[in-house]
Ligand binder design. Sequence first.
Ligand code: 13P
Ligand code: SF4
Length: 308
Amino acid sequence: MLTDELRAEVARLKEKRDAVVLAHYYVPPEVQELADHVGDSFALAKLAATLPCRTLVFAGVSFMAESAKLLSPDKTVLMPDPSADCPMAHMVRRETVDAARERFGDDLAVACYVNSTAEVKSWSDVCVTSSNAVRIVRALPQANVLFVPDRHLGSYVASQVGEKSVILNDGCCPIHRDISAEEVRALKAKFPDAPVLAHPECGPEVMALADFAGSTSQIIEAAVAGSAHDYIILTVDGVRGELERQTTGTGKRFHFPATRPTCPDMDRITVERLVACLRDGSGEVGLPPVEVAEGARAALTRMLELGR
Ligand code: 13P
Ligand code: SF4
């Protein structure tokens, strides 16, 4: 429970640094409450590129803060805990990209999920997020697309964009991977009229049971707009607060897998660490070496141009 003193202290520190706090839906609810903007990774990247403040505090994992710094290199970007890292961001090897380029030449595009390090982005032609991956892959001129690092989002994209040959890489989000088809079937048996809204980082067996696939924001929008009473939500539990806030008074109910998916890296972003970083200016995110920064920024900028 946040006190008025704490809220006032955060407001004072933000003003002093000319700081805006951006938070992802997966960080703890009390951190989301203190943020100026809460969103999915695409919305937060767009904000990072355009907000007029001097300092951005990124309440999320490192690939998000790193993308913010690449898109807005003149701003100071701070992370409440720089060790909060997405394991999937590292799950692709340079050789995989080189081998595909060697095999397909100019008829290959490398599409890189934004959940990746700056180095991986710099090997790629374009970044995507879960909210725009289908649209962007469809718009690419090449017939072959190597999708890295997430094989689950990649296979969802392949299922939607039949006209392309999508080559998958063996990475995935351990949290969404562990949502099992059995537990989804159990939820469906209990709530047979509930639409299943899934994040496409879930595995193909789970996605086959879904009525809707989308990013965190798109899942929230679909549940808010829907006419059903119960919804089965297949993503990290952090979206629950916003789902409940936006549906207050409607009686809508949200059912998550019993294993309660949480992201331990996002959970590292606590109120105490947020306040400390605003107070001390700690956790500053730097730019990678110039060749990496240039390639990664080009892939991110292309996403901002092609995505929505
Ligand atoms: P969104 O782009 O849907 O916000 O998801 C980011 C993420 O890390 C999902 O695990
Ligand atoms: Fe990475 Fe998965 Fe956590 Fe998202 S939920 S930040 S993909 S580990």
